[in-house]
Design a protein around this ligand. Structure first.
Ligand code: ADP
Ligand code: CDP
Length: 671
């Protein structure tokens, strides 16, 4: 996951390969609650691991439910079977509507004393219609803040005294989650009372496909619900949740929408499609119908029961005018696709966008306008005009702590103007798809992946600076010196010396180095050699092997392979002159020899390596001389390099300077 303040996505061109999507949020949280309400043990496979599922799991644990993690995406749940082990708890539910609403209903019926709260935005998301429905039954719920909104206090009630004779009325036109919450929880009442429970929906029910997911999963847990149109739902008398034992969660169809759009936008080679695994034509999720909308706009989509394959067909995309009530979440993706269409596209009947993680109609309009688009909105619709190539602007997209805004705006990186897109607070995707950007980067290609080169003499602070700059930007890091150091070590282990006579053998070793970089450690054939290669002797060997032209050639391709999305910071001697001559920012870092010797001295002493200042200074000057005078790739500033003498600068000042220079090369205005 990218936890950086922003993530710059360079202009993207094509997409191919396969993505495996994480589990559906809607299914995961429903299954978790049903497994907790049921008797017996349920093993849940392919569960989504995200913020919203984590708050649900934490809440269930707080209620005394046994939850055992079997792997990153599977859990074993020991159901409560109608009896709370912890009848009092304060539950923090983040911004997860799929936890807040159903838990409110379930806890109101289970009897106990609970406080339910969330992040500030959760306290602005309505819940009054659900509380009203539960109050009709005889449940006791207080608002602790604004009436109609969380936080809530739930008081104990006796399920035997609930008034179940008249139908329970609930509004369906604000959020379908109110009805889902009642459907998931009221089997408790129907079971305990031996009476059928009838729910009547008041107003036009929105987001019906989410109700279908609820009914489908209830059936998997042994609860049959009779549905009369979309107005009346009857839960049978005496019903009981029964664990299915094992249950698999489908991949998230809403998350699939970004990759379906990607396939439609990316100019892949003929016959090359993007494959999406884990969700397909057999999905029970309503958002799978995004496929129809994408086809309407010109995507070519083939499908099997649990896979999709997508490629670009019509180009530009065809404008669309769609009642998107059935796919409210995935429809946000259409609003970004609309930028690439042949006319204005309108999405209608999406008033629910206004009460989601943020007011999504206003937020989408505001951010689309930043890209240069003309956008019109109404209380329940949005109309997006396409952008001509010259109309695109580079924008820093504000994401409103809304995962879907972050994900759908990443698609703007396919703009024909070749502009990057800046996504602010990219970690908001953790709500449903923590590895979204990594997954995106694994299937797209960018014509120009940015590189920041930091070259300079030994101990000038290149590594320190490069690691921090990479960290701030979420970029990869190449410590090119370590490649020479490892080559030197491999050479010694083969009984060779850094002489021209052994050049071909050392180059052959360098070519096939079984090298891995894992979490900042350097592994040679699986052995962690990070510390071994840091000694001054290893540095001296590195300096010597690096003068051999065949060794330098052998390491060329390996170094270039580090240039991966979203970008790279490379530190060394010839990053800017030889390896990445087209890098948009090259820094030549220097400090006085005395300063550098002192820094290295301190560094080695702190690692417990004993040495003297004089010998270090002599070593360092010898290395400087060899690096600068060798015939191949000598240590020289690139012509377009910016020089930074950090003798009098702190590490932080150097980092700020380089980040400011980087910002100057970018088309974004500071956020
Ligand atoms: N601007 C700076 N001011 C003071 N010390 C620094 C500065 N930059 C780096 N250092 C310190 O100097 C030492 C050598 O830095 P390093 O990044 O290993 O250099 P290089 O990669 O150029 O050989 C480290 O201990 C580091 O903390
Ligand atoms: N791009 C590079 C990086 C390192 N090197 C050589 O490899 C040696 C070790 O690199 P390093 O970056 O780990 O060295 P320090 O700067 O940390 O001393 C240097 O002394 C250089 O001679 C090189 O020739 N070209």
């Amino acid at each position: 996951m990218f936890s950086t303040p922003f993530l710059d996505i360079p202009a993207l061109a094509s997409a191919t390969g396969t993505v495996q999507l994480p589990g559906s949020k809607s299914i995961s949280n429903r299954v978790l609650l049903l497994a907790a309400l049921a008797g017996g043990t349920t093993t849940v496979h392919d569960l989504l691991d995200s913020d919203d599922t984590r708050v649900m799991i934490d809440a269930l644990r707080a209620l005394g439910c046994g939850v055992e993690r079997l792997s990153a995406d599977s859990l074993r749940i020991e159901g409560l079977d109608g009896t709370l082990k912890q009848p009092t708890a304060d539950l923090f539910l983040g911004n997860a509507g799929t936890a807040m609403r159903p838990l409110t209903a379930a806890l109101a019926l289970l009897g106990g004393d609970f406080e339910l709260s969330g992040v500030p935005r959760m306290h602005e998301r309505p819940i009054g219609d659900l509380v009203d429905a539960l109050t009709q039954l005889g449940c006791r719920i207080d608002y602790l803040g604004n009436p109609g909104f969380p936080p809530l206090r739930i008081h104990p009630s006796d399920i035997a005294t609930l008034s179940l004779d008249a139908p329970i009325r609930v509004r369906g036109d604000v959020s379908s989650q109110f009805l889902t919450a009642l459907l998931l929880a009221l089997p408790l009442a129907a079971g305990a009372s031996g009476k059928a429970v009838v729910i009547d929906v008041v107003g036009e029910l929105i987001s019906k496909p989410y109700i279908e997911i609820t009914l489908n999963l209830l059936a998997r847990f042994g609860i049959a619900v009779q549905r009369d149109g979309w107005e009346r739902f009857t839960i049978h008398a005496g019903c009981r949740y029964r664990s299915p034992g094992e249950i698999h969660v489908e991949a998230d169809a809403s998350s699939a929408s970004y990759f379906i759009a990607l396939g439609a936008l990316a100019a892949g080679a003929p016959g090359q499609a993007l494959r999406i695994e884990g969700v397909g034509a057999g999905s029970i999720q309503g958002d799978i119908r995004f496929v129809e909308a994408a086809r309407q706009m010109g995507a070519r989509v083939d499908s099997g029961a649990n896979w999709l394959q997508v490629s670009r067909d019509a180009w530009p995309l065809r404008a669309i005018d769609l009642d998107a009530n059935h796919i409210p979440d995935a429809a946000m993706t259409l609003a970004v696709m609309a930028l690439f269409a042949d006319g204005p596209s309108t999405l209608r009947n999406i008033a629910s966008w206004r009460v989601k993680e943020t007011d999504r109609i206003d937020a989408m309009a505001h951010e689309l306008r930043k890209l240069g688009a003309t956008v019109e909105t109404s209380p329940d619709s949005i109309c997006v005009h396409p952008l001509a190539p010259a109309g695109w602007r580079a924008a820093a997209i504000h994401t409103y702590d809304d995962h879907r805004i972050a994900m759908c705006f990443s698609l703007a990186a396919f703009n024909p103007a070749g502009l990057p897109v800046r996504i602010l607070d990219p970690k908001c995707v953790a709500k449903t798809f923590p590895d979204y950007f990594e997954t995106l980067f694994s299937v797209v290609e960018a014509p120009h992946i940015p590189v920041i080169c930091i070259d300079g003499p030994t101990a000038s602070g290149k590594g320190t600076l490069a690691v921090e700059v990479a960290h701030e930007l979420g970029y990869h890091y190449l410590d090119s010196g370590s490649l020479y150091r490892v080559t030197g070590m491999a050479m010694r282990r083969q009984g060779l010396t850094p002489e021209p006579a052994h050049e071909a053998q050392i180059a052959a070793l360098a070519e096939g180095l079984p090298l891995q970089f894992v979490k900042g450690r350097v592994l040679l054939d699986g052995e962690d050699v990070s510390d071994l290669i840091r000694t001054e002797a290893a540095g001296m060997d590195a300096s010597r092997v690096s003068t051999l032209p065949a060794v330098r050639r052998a390491l060329l391709a390996l170094q270039k392979r580090f240039r991966q999305l979203p970008g790279l910071v490379a530190d060394g001697r010839d990053m800017g002159t030889v390896i990445f001559p087209d890098a948009p920012l090259k820094v030549f870092l220097t400090a006085s020899a005395a300063q550098r010797a002192e820094r290295r001295h301190k560094q080695l002493i702190s690692k417990g390596i004993s040495t003297t200042l004089d010998s270090l200074r002599a070593d360092l000057e010898a290395r400087d001389a060899r690096d600068s005078s060798r015939s191949v790739a000598p240590l020289l500033p690139a012509q377009d390099a910016r020089r930074l003498d950090n003798s009098a600068l702190s590490i932080e000042q150097s980092i700020d300077q380089v980040l400011n220079w980087w910002q100057d090369t970018q088309p974004f205005k500071p956020a």
